[in-house]
Design a protein. Sequence first.
Length: 74
Amino acid sequence: MNDEILDEVRAIREAHAAAFHFDLDAVYADIKQREMEHQAQGKRFVDPPATPRQVRSPYQGIRFGHRPCEDRNS
């Protein structure tokens, strides 16, 4: 399925990476620098929410728990 928006985002991302010879450290540094410039202009960035802690049930793992092996030779 072709999605024009995704194609455009991927092309922009590819061009940005190519500008830094696909050096991920340089790409990351550029993104962080742009973030700092935007924050200096008063623009706000929202941190993603923390991942909720998963509660483990005492029943988890029972499905694939150890079962005694039957003698396969009999």
